[in-house]
Design a protein around this ligand. Sequence first.
Ligand code: BTN
Length: 268
Amino acid sequence: MNDHSKIEDMLKGRLFGVNVHVFGTLASTNDTAVALGRDAAPEGTLVVADRQTQGKGRLGRRWDSRPGLGLWFSVILRPAMNARHASALSMVGALGVASALRGDYNLPAEVKWPNDVMVGQRKICGVLSEGVITGDAVDFAVLGVGLNVLHGEADFPEDLRGKATSVRLETGKAVARLEALASVAAALESRYLLFKARGFAGVRPALLEVSALVGKPVVVTSGSVRVEGTAAGIDDEGALVLRTAGGDRRVWAGEVEGLALDEHRRRR
Ligand code: BTN
């Protein structure tokens, strides 16, 4: 049995897996999924690659996607939603991955707003959603997931060592990537269906429960804007609420860094 039929078998009866495309090498599973989406591929279509030559991360960064180690995949979503709220999809994705890691691998995975999945201080997974927009509406979206599964310390590029981790490093087990795909796809699907049925309010409590930031002092940078405060929560629309010296502020997008507590106190 090849990977393609194994994956179809594992995901039989599920929305995520209705249509499965498995590749050895792709530039980016997100790009291929966008092309399939433009060609009317149905919601739930899954694109998986062993290796990406131009894996994309947030903010135009590269995503290191070497073969044999990680789970690199994208799924096509067709939610009826306003483009203004599209960023919620990547949070739903991060929640799905964190839930799978907690439920199936007993890892204390947390979501670092907006869409990183962390174990302790190290990133184990990144999520990148891309929307194809017509007017104000999301025509369709692609949710890309990069989960480090089998990496040992030396498998990460030098600049990521100490900052990135994998399922293997955290559990001590060489979990099969197909097994991880089945676990993550099932959890993603259930969080996405909840989101579709109840909107962001449906997933917000679970996101708050696994938040790596809430209650902590942080700095958020977005372009040249830098806001410092305590992460107080995530609002109904997915914005991060920061308690700052000048009152509460909502942040819609940005890079978050933790601030050591003593530094926070000194600056107040
Ligand atoms: C990030 O944390 O910066 C997001 C990383 C997202 C990486 C995944 S790997 C599968 C999919 N295809 C891509 O080109 N990127 C996403």
